[in-house]
Design a protein around this ligand. Structure first.
Ligand SMILES: [Zn+2]
Length: 217
């Protein structure tokens, strides 16, 4: 990874997307965020964000939602080409999904994953938009990996798995859910926000309120 880059992306996920790095600053700050988008030739007025609450709720957004934060949900879906979907994270999993027509962005922490946000999003894409999961491509952004994610034994019951050295492998939980839903095209950055905290904000490491932004344009 080039340590001077303000954003990263997956070269095989062919849709316009990226995750900002710590060098872009805390993108919850509107001025920083707007300037950053403009520097990438993206119009900040077209961005839709979420007031993330670690829920499993996903909402469909339209043109009139542009420039706003959507309350009480952790996932967004849109069919509007001009809309940019954004998700803030600092250890949780940013998931960007698309079949090239319908766009989805999800904030997936362990609570949201456990309560079914991935199933809810793919369910909407399947039932409401008739999208075959095989046609959905998923970008898995930087998030905390098992190297840094020590958790209590309770998580064995929560996720019905065996912890290795008391560490939770959130990536593995996400991949297995995606695969169970029939999604095969998964593009994983395979980067840990916690041990790579020179590049990303990490809540676990710093208890920071600063966030990186993943977006799908
Ligand atoms: Zn790590």
């Amino acid at each position: 990874m080039n340590t001077r880059e303000k954003f990263i992306f997956h070269k095989n996920f062919k849709y316009r997307h990226f995750t900002s790095t710590i060098l872009a600053g805390n993108l919850k700050d509107k001025t920083l965020r707007d300037n950053f988008l403009i520097s990438q030739n993206l119009n900040p007025a077209n961005l839709v964000l979420v007031n993330q609450v670690h829920s499993s709720d996903v909402k469909i957004v339209e043109k009139y939602n542009c420039g706003n934060f959507i309350d009480n949900c952790d996932g967004l879906i849109t069919t509007d080409k001009s809309i940019i979907l954004g998700i803030f994270t600092a250890d949780c999993v940013p998931l960007l999904m698309t079949n090239g027509i319908v766009k989805t962005a999800i904030h997936a922490g362990w609570r949201g994953i456990h309560s079914g946000i991935i199933e809810n999003a793919v369910g909407i894409l399947n039932n409401k938009f008739s999208i075959n999961p095989k046609d959905i491509e998923v970008y898995v952004g930087p998030h905390i990996h098992s190297c840094c994610y020590e958790v209590s034994r309770d998580f064995e019951n929560i996720f019905n798995l065996k912890l290795k050295n008391n560490r939770l492998d959130l990536s593995e939980v996400v991949f297995s859910k995606l695969k169970k839903l029939g999604i095969v095209n998964i593009f994983d950055m395979n980067l840990c926000t916690c041990c790579q905290n020179n590049y990303f904000f990490s809540y676990r490491r710093n208890k920071t309120s600063d966030r990186i932004l993943s977006l799908l344009a």
